[in-house]
Each structure stands twice: as structure tokens, then as C-alpha cells.
Design a binder for this molecule. Structure first.
Ligand code: BDR
Ligand code: CA
Length: 336
């Protein structure tokens, strides 16, 4: 099977970094470029972090493009409280050599997507770069083969307000623009945004036990993962009351590779841009609005299967051994 061409649009970010590692480890994916958006950290810091990860993975050949420096309309609010002032858990790893960061992400997306190649986008941050692409070249935007977006939530509570998830809360106007296009634009009639929201990502928890296991399989990468996630562990204990950290963005990559990891439903989703609930994703599960479907909203996930993919892909774990170990250390939830 030919690897599928993918552009990662991200804002690294601790979990974005792990998602980049995963994407680079999957033979089913060919990462042809990485675009960076302001989100967890300003775009300059995000691009430097992409370069760090590329150098750890020995893949500085992949081009990196800086994109939006601020959301479409709202003032920019970073998430350095969650990801640390450097975006990588205050590890301050030295800048990477051999990686060139270019501008600008939107022109890059436009040229690649207009080329006629089948290219999908996995969006791991606010949707500002993609909304800008839509506003400047609708036809290039409509050529995206598949759009996977980590963002939003259906029933799960928000992480930036009681109802809003960070990526859509940071730039609700961009998210609304992208979701509206998928419901209104005739060229996108048969396409859906795959919404990998908090309902599924909250179930993917990197626990101290799994982290210990990672270090035994691949000490070098395992220790880097430990270093960058320490800050994230502390944040999750304070904010979410869990010991461990949620791997939001890696699930979006894993789902792209293996659709059997998640299940959900197809519906119309609206993104609120105003008032106290701005950034909320309203998924019309009962088709009350009777509006065109624009999204596949994921609600169920096989956590063990995800972890196996990550452990074998990124760290090189043996699948049988990893499966036995995960059975002994993971809290299994029944699939609804
Ligand atoms: C999302 O927001 C960011 O903090 C993470 O990187 C992830 O993309 C989760 O709400
Ligand atoms: Ca992110």
C-alpha cells in the first residue's frame, strides 16, 4: 500500500510533539510538510519545537512553514500554562541544527493542494491557517483529501471554558469558517471533518507506568518523552485531577492511520463564535436543525489499541509483549 501524503498543521505543544513523532513513525503516512499555527505557543516557538522533534527523529529533511501569528478575529491567548513557556514543558532543549523554517504556511498549503496530488491535512491546533487558506483560495482548500481536526467536544466538558476545547476556543472564527465551508460549499458536499474531540482524547492517558515501560523499550526517546511530559503531568494533576497526561493530538494521527480505533456519528456541527460559550462545538446528534452534515464526530475509542500503535510505532515495542504489559497496567473502560 502506498503511504498517504499528509501535511501536519500544528502548534507544538507537548502533545503535538508526540503526534509528530507518531506520524513520522507510521509507514502508512508520508509527512510531506509541517505547517505551524499560533496556539499553545507563538508561531516562532512552535516552529522551533517542530525542528527539535524533527532532529530527534532524524527527519530534518521535512519542510517546516510558519503560519498565522494571531487568530482571525479574537486576541491571541496562548496555552503556556499547559505546555510551559517554551511549549515543551520548560525543558529548553537546544535549538535544532539542519532544519529550515520557511514562510509562509498558507502559500505552501495553496501550492501543494492545487497540484492535483491527493493530500490530507491533520490539524492539531487552532484552524487559523486552514481558514486563511479557505479565504484566499477556496479551490485549493476544497482539494484537501481528508481533514482530521483535533478539537471540539460533543458531551465532554471543555478545557478552556465549561464548554469549549482549546483549539476551537483559541480561534472560534476560524473553526466556524472551516465547519461552515464543509456544510455549505458544494465542492465539499461528500466530505466531512473528522472531529477528534475531547470525548475521545480524554480517554488516552499516558500514565507513569506506561512512561516507565517506554523508557525500558527505547531509553533515548523514552527519556525525552518523560522530560517533555513532566510539566504536562503536573498540569493534569492540578487541572483534571488525574495522574498522567492526556494525549490529544497523537490520537488524531493514530485515527488517520487506523480508522478502527474510533467510532462516532455523522452530523452537522456548528462552532459558537460569540458570548460566554464561544469556541463550543454544537453537534446536532438528533438532526434537530436539519442542516447538511459537515462532520464525523468521534465518541468512542479503543485506548489499548492506540497505546499499542504508539508504543510499537514510536518506540519500537514488540506487539505481543506490549499487549501483555498494557493488560497488566491499563485501566480498561468498557466500550459503550
Ligand atoms: C488541544 O489543545 C492543545 O493544548 C493541545 O495541543 C491539543 O491540540 C487540546 O485541547
Ligand atoms: Ca495542539
Amino acid at each position: 500500500m502506498n503511504a498517504q501524503k499528509v501535511i501536519l498543521d500544528c502548534d507544538p505543544g507537548i502533545d503535538d510533539s508526540l503526534a509528530v513523532m507518531l506520524a513520522l513513525s507510521c509507514k502508512e503516512i508520508e509527512v510531506i510538510g509541517i505547517t505551524v499555527v499560533c496556539g499553545n505557543v507563538p508561531v516562532e516557538k512552535g516552529a522551533a519545537n517542530v525542528c527539535r522533534v524533527l532532529s530527534w527523529m532524524d527527519r530534518t529533511d521535512i519542510p517546516v512553514y510558519k503560519g498565522a501569528e494571531k487568530p482571525l478575529v479574537r486576541p491571541y491567548v496562548n496555552a503556556e500554562d499547559t505546555h510551559g513557556s517554551d511549549g515543551l514543558g520548560e525543558t529548553y532543549f537546544p535549538p535544532a541544527n539542519g532544519c529550515t523554517v520557511k514562510s509562509d504556511a498558507v502559500s505552501y498549503l495553496k501550492s501543494v493542494l492545487s497540484s492535483g496530488d491527493d493530500v490530507s491535512v491533520i490539524a492539531l491546533g487552532p484552524l487559523t491557517n486552514l481558514a486563511q487558506l479557505l479565504l484566499c483560495d477556496e479551490s485549493a482548500f476544497c482539494s484537501i483529501k481528508e481533514l482530521i481536526s483535533m478539537g471540539g467536544s460533543y458531551k465532554s466538558h471543555g478545557n478552556c471554558s465549561p464548554v469549549a476545547e482549546y483549539n476551537y476556543w483559541c480561534d472560534p472564527d476560524a473553526a466556524a469558517c472551516v465547519y461552515n465551508a464543509f456544510s455549505e460549499n458544494p465542492k465539499l458536499k461528500h466530505k466531512l471533518i473528522h472531529m477528534v474531540g475531547l470525548d475521545v482524547t480524554r480517554k488516552i492517558v499516558l500514565t507513569p507506568n506506561i512512561l516507565e515501560y517506554m523508557k525500558t523499550i527505547n531509553p533515548d526517546l523514552g527519556k525525552k518523552i518523560e522530560a517533555v511530559t513532566r510539566f504536562y503531568f503536573d498540569f493534569h494533576q492540578k487541572q483534571e485531577g488525574i495522574i498522567g497526561c492526556v494525549l490529544n493530538d497523537p490520537l488524531a494521527v493514530a485515527y488517520f492511520v487506523d480508522r478502527s480505533l474510533c467510532r462516532g456519528f455523522v452530523t452537522h456541527t456548528e462552532i459558537e463564535t460569540e458570548g460566554i460559550s464561544y469556541g463550543q462545538s454544537l453537534c446536532d446528534a438528533f438532526k434537530i436543525w436539519n442542516r447538511p452534515c459537515n462532520s464525523l464526530v468521534l465518541t468512542e475509542v479503543d485506548e489499548k489499541k492506540f497505546m499499542l500503535l504508539f508504543l510499537s510505532g514510536v518506540l519500537g515495542a514488540d506487539l505481543d509483549e506490549a499487549s501483555r504489559i498494557l493488560d497488566s497496567i491499563m485501566v480498561r473502560r468498557e466500550r459503550a
